[in-house]
Design a protein. Structure first.
Lengths: 529, 305
């Protein structure tokens, strides 16, 4: 309890929270060349409040928090801290003033221990021994257990985030910034995080909370500031809004609703996986353990799970990036394909969309037409007697552009010049235009704006309606609920039995994502028999 | 008895330049920078070190000249690879080519000259103990310095906060930057330290090993030092073992050739390299997990501001 008292903010700011904000940005502007990442943004942060920062990718959220944390210098405008104008020379000055930050892509060091990682985020005024003792105390106080001696690469994503949060809390911050903290957590882990955040708020701290998950924001946050295209659109009370009205403010218009066509019929099995086991190819990889499922034409199977539980390995085994010794483990269109190369699998009618757009889905510095050729050379008539049919490759680009509304500066630009959403539309379009019998797609709308995400999800549904078998791996449970017919969960290289989407509640999926079994009765029965 | 003592002394002398140069490169690589220019920095250090000693008559000033020359060479690398974010492999190779040419130019006037080599320690009584006396108490200052250096670097890397920050930059420069550490400044210091060590290691050759300068006298030792860093899996303790093992195999194969062992001399000369390969394979098989190399090694970092 005493430890808890020490964590309290000594200034009774919470009582006078009506008077002066803890932190203010006034006309904050950040310019990169001609591009305005932040355009005179005004935001007030009050103590004892959880303040949501909403916006699509590229709306300027990251730029704003980087400026507040001293990582970048604003081009114009000022930052006021407790009423005083400040210029932050860097993150260490921000930390010493009481601003803490939990990064979306963790700022951790894989080959260092937990304690070393925490020490690097502090100013080093106390000895390593004292710091370790305090680390233990803080993690106990807030119910965030950590083993200080383990190296980070051995830890799960949830544990890694705990390090980030404990590290920030050890500075006893008055103001804590969290960038998409729940993106990588199971629903249960997210609930635990909310308990910690409520407690920090009750202690008088201010929190700036960046998230895409609007239901979460409505539940947790007291205020929301919405950014669009680098400008502040509005500040509102999210509890008085609906998720749809918040989304409208973020996008600046209606989002097309994704609709499944009625009367979709499932046909013959087009992708079958039989008892697929595969040793990892990398030292920190996951071993696939006896994975089996059957996917019929006209059906969408969703694979949920926390990142790093074998989804990448499964994708590699299905696409042919990694071969299996037993051909019968992967069957495409009735033909054993476990030993076949990517090209041979494409010729059987399969198409693949990997998670990483730049570097895996496309060659970043090559033109779109060349990228179309890279996956279409085997089965799409773009090569004649060893020569590239340039007109055919350009036509593919044009068709993908037209069908999927890909916005680009010229007819055939480099892949890297497209925004994430537009490039993803191109990649998905390129594969769908080949009329695949089987489409395996990983994280189809990761980091894609809401408008493009709706287009992509609709395309996947339409493809299934046309009779193809679609396998979607995603961390976004809402996305899977929207488009999948059945959902299975990956955990430590095992794949659960698929649940019909109607039965797949967040609670059930969350349990599976955490490695629990849904049917303890069955195990007991087996023992009894 | 005398032969064994002579062999041990020769091994220590052959290993010392490798140990000094590899220690510098270990620190550079731990910060995440791959500087393949060790050979070039060494040879310039050798030419300048000999020149300094020959002009002033002082081995100590010669050694300082070597350190300064190596550091200046490494600053060229730092300007290119860190300041201008040029590919590190290409820059390092260019630095070696530059160094070999430059050392020929600098050393041209000194070829054929001789100096008095570095004095060896002599403590009456202790140094006269048979077998171990000269080995422990009769070395030149470079040998003792190299051992103090590697112990000091171990302590720095694993027991000081500055060392922790340096390792952090080598593991993940994006995270280090996000936490507010000046990645490029830290790396520049690490590169300069590596250059200074390489220069000193080069200077050791004409100042203590053979008391004259000839062009190309480093004879690939810079490359061996680079291999030793990998061999040590970036750990100071293993680096000492590796450097002495390599020195030992080099000397033993010379003696084996002298004894007339019926194996072609070319094969014997290849032994040290073969030993390196075998140990590398064994080490990588024994690895249990975690990456041994600094994760950010050789990657370009440009902070956004």
């Amino acid at each position: 309890m005493q430890a808890h008292q020490r964590m309290l903010d000594p200034t009774p700011n919470g009582l006078h929270s009506g008077e002066s904000p803890l932190l203010q940005t006034l006309g904050l502007t950040k310019r990169y060349g001609d591009f305005l990442a932040n355009d005179s943004i005004h935001i007030d942060i009050w103590p004892k409040q959880i303040h949501a920062l909403l916006g699509e990718n590229g709306a300027g959220k990251s730029t704003l928090v980087k400026a507040i944390y001293g990582l970048i210098q604003p081009s114009a405008g000022e930052i006021r801290w407790q009423g005083q104008t400040i210029v932050l020379s860097g993150p260490s000055e921000a930390r010493s003033r009481g601003i803490g930050m939990v990064f979306q892509h963790f700022s951790l060091f894989d080959n260092l221990t937990v304690a070393e990682n925490v020490a690097l985020g502090l100013d080093g005024k106390e000895s390593f021994k004292d710091m370790s003792a305090r680390l233990e105390q803080v993690s106990k106080t807030y119910g965030l257990p950590l083993d200080p001696k383990r190296e980070v690469w051995q830890l799960s994503v949830g544990e890694r985030q705990r390090i980030e949060i404990v590290r920030a809390l050890m500075q006893d911050p008055k103001f804590l910034i969290l960038d998409e903290p729940t993106a990588v957590l199971t629903p249960q882990e997210a609930d635990q995080l909310f308990v910690v955040l409520e407690r920090l708020k009750a202690e008088g701290r201010a929190i700036l909370y960046i998230s895409h998950k609007l239901e979460e924001v409505k539940r947790l946050c007291d205020t929301a500031t919405i950014l669009r295209g680098g400008k502040k659109v509005d500040t509102c009370n999210p509890r008085l809004e609906t998720a749809a009205s918040l989304a409208r403010m973020m996008v600046g218009g209606e989002i097309k609703e994704v609709k499944a066509a009625a009367g979709r019929k499932t046909t013959v099995p087009r992708l079958v996986v039989n008892d697929l086991s595969l040793a990892p190819s990398e030292p920190h990889g996951v071993r696939l353990e006896h994975i089996s499922f059957e996917l019929k034409g006209g059906e969408i199977l969703g694979i949920a799970g926390v990142a790093g539980n074998g989804q990448d390995e499964l994708f590699a085994a299905l696409s042919g990036e990694r071969l299996s010794k037993d051909p019968g483990t992967v069957v495409i269109e009735g033909i054993a394909a476990g030993h076949l190369s990517i090209t041979q699998r494409r010729k059987l009618g399969a198409a693949f969309v990997p998670e990483e757009r730049l570097g895996h889905g496309t060659a970043p510095r090559m033109k779109l037409s060349e990228n179309a050729l890279l996956t279409g050379h085997a089965a799409s008539g773009m090569v004649h007697r060893g020569f590239i049919d340039t007109a055919a490759t350009l036509k593919t680009v044009d068709r993908a552009t037209e069908t999927f509304d890909v916005r680009k500066a010229k007819r055939d630009p480099e892949a890297a010049s497209l925004s994430g959403g537009n490039l993803q539309k191109f990649i998905v379009g390129r594969e769908i235009l080949r009329n695949p019998a089987v489409l395996v797609v990983s994280q189809p709308t990761w980091g894609v704006d809401a408008g493009a995400a709706a287009v992509i999800r609709q395309a996947l549904l339409d493809l299934a309606t046309a009779g193809a078998a679609v396998l979607v791996t995603s961390q976004d449970l809402d996305e899977l609920a929207e488009i999948a017919d059945r959902i299975a969960v990956m955990f430590h290289g095992h794949l659960s039995a698929p649940l019909a989407t109607a039965d797949a509640t967040r609670e059930k999926l969350g349990l599976l994502m955490g490695g629990s079994s849904l049917e303890p009765k069955e195990a007991a029965h087996a023992v009894g028999a | 008895m005398e032969l064994i003592e002579a062999i041990i002394l020769a091994v220590l002398a052959a290993s010392t330049p490798l140990l000094i140069a590899a220690t510098g490169e270990l620190v550079t690589e731990r910060s995440g920078v791959l500087n393949l220019g060790v050979e070039g920095m060494m040879i310039v250090g050798a030419a300048c070190g000999f020149g300094g000693a020959w002009l002033t008559g002082s081995i100590f000033i010669g050694a300082l000249f070597g350190i300064v020359a190596g550091t200046l060479m490494s600053l060229v690398f730092a300007l290119m690879a860190l300041g201008l974010a040029v590919n590190q492999v290409a820059t390092g190779l260019a630095l070696t080519i530059l160094g070999v040419g430059l050392s020929g130019l600098i050393g041209a006037g000194f070829v054929g000259e001789r100096i008095t080599p570095a004095a060896h320690l002599y403590i009456p009584g202790l140094t006269d103990i048979p077998l171990i006396g000269r080995v422990l108490f009769g070395e030149d200052a470079f040998v003792y310095f190299s051992l103090a250096l590697i112990v000091g670097i171990w302590w720095f890397l694993y027991r000081t906060r500055a060392g922790l920050i340096l390792r952090a930059c080598g593991d993940n420069h994006v995270s280090a930057h996000a936490l507010g550490y000046p990645v490029l400044r830290i790396r520049t210091f690490a590169v300069m330290f590596g250059g200074g060590c390489a220069g000193l290691a080069g200077a050791y050759l004409p100042l203590a090993y053979t008391p004259f300068f000839i062009p190309g006298m480093t004879a690939g030792r810079g490359w061996i030092a680079l291999a030793l860093v990998v061999f040590s899996s970036w750990r100071p303790g293993r680096l000492v073992v590796g450097a002495y093992l390599f020195g030992a195999v080099t000397i033993l194969q010379l003696h084996a050739q002298g004894w007339g062992v019926g194996i072609p001399s070319q094969l014997m000369s290849a032994l040290p390299y073969l030993a390196t390969v075998i140990v590398l394979v064994l080490l990588s098989r024994a690895r249990t997990g975690g990456s041994t190399a600094p994760a950010a090694l050789g990657t370009v970092f440009v902070p956004d501001r």
